[in-house]
Design a protein around this ligand. Sequence first.
Ligand SMILES: [Zn+2]
Length: 147
Amino acid sequence: MSLSSINKPLRDAVWKRDDGRCRYCGLLQVGQAAVFHIDHIHPRSLDGPTSLENLALQCPHCSLRKSNTVEAPDPVNGIAVRMFHPLRDRWEDHFVLRRNGIIEGRTPIGRSTAAALQFNERWAVSARSLQIALGWIDIGDDEGETV
Ligand SMILES: [Zn+2]
């Protein structure tokens, strides 16, 4: 969806609420050349509304892979489960971010979303690990051992 179809006050509200961070992978807009997108969490093509409760800031990497996806297979067993919902689900419940920039899924929803959005593709990990090293991304209390 083009930005122009989401009015400026609504775009501004999403940017403010999401604080310049991709609500899926956690990447920050700062330091990125490509402007983050505003995602319809439940796709507009499936009657998702254009409302603050259905919009989330999303980096281009995640946006291009998510598109209108609403479910994806858990890589562990191939069973399709719903995608992570960035406003209803707690990120920490479904994912863990390692100091090296790798994101691991903790749940079927986390694993399926991480795989579908290719969180651990080389360039995405590179960008995240730089932001972690700069202290821009907090890895929280659950950080595990890195390789
Ligand atoms: Zn992202």
